[in-house]
Design a protein. Structure first.
Lengths: 394, 357
């Protein structure tokens, strides 16, 4: 049975450019911080990647730091900015729909001397600019609002938030992990002091992330050690992973417009097909400029999340019915709750570079079939062609 | 060849159950049930159940066996149907057996329903018990390893449920189970069995209850009504209990009765615990009909020694006195090795003291 992958938001396929980098640089031995020739050689991979990333983001190489992934970049951006803020500034503003890497970092700040204001999104997931700005005070040390929501796909007006905060002199971090694959991310248009990216969401390998940290803005390190990356992120620079991340971002930016167009088409097809099924609702903004083309978040009635998850998996549709959490059990997400989204089960279908129209048709067909079987109390475990129910021998 | 859903706790029994079913050629899916919601900081690896380590152990076993694996969060249901009634029972002066309640309400009822609704042919667990077919009916039989037999906690199953249940491990001794696990590269082969109530990893039931039940002090009296001491709540005492009475006397005294209404704990000598009969409230019989008049055996604890018994209506008569029968405890009847069913004690009589629920 062929499976179709609709979980690109969780992890995307490795681009060939990234794979080539891994092959090339994994073959080399050396610590990029070593001063001898072997070290200097692998260091080249790191600095080339830094320049590539900087150019893609409209930043300067000195603004780019490499991390172990989006979560670390979020930790560094949030805790790093807040802990280094002007003394006396202990207030933090964030939204109720941030990724756990931001949410939990902010929670940690709240337990360590900071006061937190969490602003609510609109029901469609968008975090309104005026609501964010209204929460900012004279003692605000940090504002963290994501560029695009990983579950619902709602896109925030980070440019407007960033410009207002720059004017007021309030440090601003934005989690752009989900945005960069399909949206232009340019720090010249989005004034911010920290921005997080995760390589495996745009075709790079797992295990490496990017933290844009605007030079000159005080940042407290989260991970202490040898001070390798700009003194702010200690740890051996993973040359091959970093090289692959840089190459992947370049490739992603190059085909971004094309990808966006293709995904909008796929999304419309999915929405059309699923619109024929009763009790399935599309969540998130309807304005295409306020949502990610890659994401489709659904509320589904008449099925339970666990049953839906098992049934879809069995039928070969790989999608996320809840954010992957610690034990692996599906739980109601804080994003769904914050948006007031109802429904017996929620499902996120997310698409990417390898998604084809055939896959879209297959996904729609599988989802329709599994939902109808579950609602009718029919088996989602037996092969669809039927056959006798298995014999249970005591 | 059946589609079987195996409940994998992370322990060796359920992992081997899954392994045996895979080897028998079935299409096996593993599920770890998150039942006890013990906060991460209070989890004790190796104690209690449903810790993160347990979920990881179950996941790894599924990987080694090459089967699909899911985690289902049933903590809300478990809290409502097992944990809350556990505390409520103690407050009411009863002695609950949460494992019985869990099988009755969660592992059997809820899991079975979900599995059948999804289209599985059977649910399997790692319980040490067996299911045989006898005269066209399914019967529940003790596991081969008497010391590990768990038929007692499965007594409330119906024949229909047994028809869609598989218990692969009951045919093996515990030692064999561990050997099978080791042979197949399952790392829990050496994992110790957990004996505590799964949602009380520290093993300290009194402490668990103290956090959830308000103090209700009262007197500890003897059979003549003489006041011997104080207690902080009748729910800290269970019939038959000897330790923790704090009476500071050389006499061996046992809790003979608890009366929450008057907040009184009554203690007495061991003889006062001798029980001749127990009345079952709402018994369930696997065959769907009560046992006949023949000679049976009764077991009043999960690993208690069975005693000869007969049943008349819903009253079980013990052939020899049984010490420490508490209301709320389950009495399970056997015909030889076959488990017939049973029920929770609603009333029990002793020569020394008439007691009712």
């Amino acid at each position: 049975m062929n499976s179709v992958y609709f979980d690109h938001a969780a992890s995307a396929p490795l681009r060939p450019e990234a794979r080539d980098c891994l092959d090339e640089w994994f073959a080399r031995t050396g610590n990029p911080s070593a001063t001898h020739a072997a070290g200097r050689l692998v260091r080249t991979a790191v600095e080339e990647a830094r320049e590539q990333v900087a150019e893609c983001l409209g930043a300067r190489p000195a603004d780019i730091v490499f991390t172990s992934g989006g979560t670390e970049s979020d930790n560094l951006g949030v805790k790093g900015l807040a802990e280094a803020a002007t003394p006396g500034r202990t207030h933090v503003v964030t939204s109720a729909v941030e990724h756990p890497a931001v949410r939990e970092s902010v929670r940690w700040l709240g337990e360590h001397g900071h006061e937190v204001t969490e602003v609510a999104p609109r029901p469609d997931g968008v975090v309104p600019v005026e609501v964010v700005l209204a929460a900012v005070r004279d003692d605000t040390a940090l504002v963290s609002v994501m560029a695009a929501n990983n579950e619902i796909g709602a896109v925030n007006d980070v440019a407007a938030i960033g410009m207002a905060l720059r004017e007021r002199g309030v440090p601003f971090h934005t989690d752009a992990v989900q945005a960069v694959a399909t949206l232009g991310v340019d720090v010249r248009r989005w004034p911010c002091d920290a921005l997080s990216l995760s390589a495996h969401k745009f075709g790079g390998p797992q295990g490496v992330g990017i933290a844009y940290l605007r030079s000159g803005v005080p940042i407290a390190p989260v991970q202490h050690g040898g001070g390798q990356d700009r003194g702010v992120r200690s740890g051996t620079m993973a040359a091959a992973l970093i090289a692959a991340a840089g190459a992947a971002l370049v490739a992603a930016v190059a085909d971004r417009d094309d990808l966006h167009g293709r995904l909008e088409g796929h999304r419309k097809l999915l929405v059309d097909r699923l619109g024929e099924v009763e009790g399935i609702r599309v969540n998130g903004p309807s304005d295409p400029d306020r949502r990610l083309a890659s994401h489709l978040h659904l509320s589904i009635d008449g099925v339970t999340p666990d049953a839906l998850g098992l049934g879809l998996d069995r039928a070969g549709l790989h999608a996320s019915s809840a954010s992957a959490c610690v034990s692996g059990a599906g739980k109601a997400s804080h994003v769904v709750e914050a948006c007031g989204i109802d429904g017996d089960a929620a499902l996120r279908l997310s698409m990417g570079t390898t998604t084809t129209e055939d896959e879209v048709e297959a996904a729609a067909s599988i989802l329709t079939d599994v939902v109808s079987r579950l609602r009718a109390g029919e088996s989602v475990v037996q092969p669809p062609s039927g056959g006798p129910r298995g014999q249970v021998v005591a | 060849m059946a589609n079987v859903l195996v409940a994998m706790s992370g322990g060796v029994d359920s992992a081997v159950a899954a392994a045996l079913l895979v080897e028998a050629g079935h299409d096996v899916t593993g599920v770890h049930l998150k039942l006890a919601d013990v906060p991460l900081a209070e989890q004790v690896p190796g104690q209690g159940c449903c810790t993160l380590d347990d979920a990881q152990d179950a996941r790894r076993a599924a990987q080694v066996l090459g089967i699909d694996f899911y985690v289902w969060d049933m903590a809300d249901l478990f809290r409502r149907e097992v944990q809350q009634p556990f505390a409520d029972a103690y407050v009411a002066g009863l002695t609950p057996n949460p494992c019985v309640t869990c099988n009755e309400k969660v592992k059997y009822a809820a899991l079975h329903e979900r599995a059948m609704a999804l289209g599985f042919d059977a649910v399997a667990t790692g319980h040490h018990a067996r299911i045989w077919e006898r005269d066209g009916e399914r019967v529940l039989v003790r596991g081969i390893d008497r010391a590990k037999d768990q038929s007692y906690v499965l007594y409330m199953a119906t024949a229909d449920q047994l028809a869609t249940t598989m218990l692969p491990v009951g045919e093996h001794t515990k030692d064999e189970v561990r050997r099978i696990a080791a042979d197949r590269g399952l790392r829990m082969a050496a994992k110790p069995d957990s004996y505590d109530v799964c949602f009380i990893p520290s093993g300290d039931t009194a402490a668990y209850l103290r956090e959830r039940v308000s103090a209700d002090p009262g007197p500890i009296v003897d059979l003549d009504g003489r006041r011997l001491g104080e207690h902080a709540g009748t729910w800290q005492y269970t019939i038959g209990q000897r330790r923790g009475l704090g009476l500071g006397t050389h006499e061996r005294r046992f809790v003979v009765d608890v009366d929450p209404a008057s907040a009184t704990v009554i203690v007495g000598p061991r003889d006062a615990l001798a029980c001749e009969w127990a009345q079952l409230g709402d018994p369930t019989w696997i065959a769907g009909r009560p046992p006949g008049e023949g000679d049976l055996t009764a077991q009043v604890r999960a690993h208690g020694r069975p005693v000869p018994a007969t049943i008349d209506g819903d009253v079980v008569h013990f052939g020899e006195p049984v010490h420490g029968v508490a209301c709320g405890q389950s009495v399970v009847l056997y015909d030889g090795e076959v488990c017939l069913g049973g029920g929770r004690v609603a009333a029990a009589d002793r020569p020394a003291l008439p007691i009712s629920a």
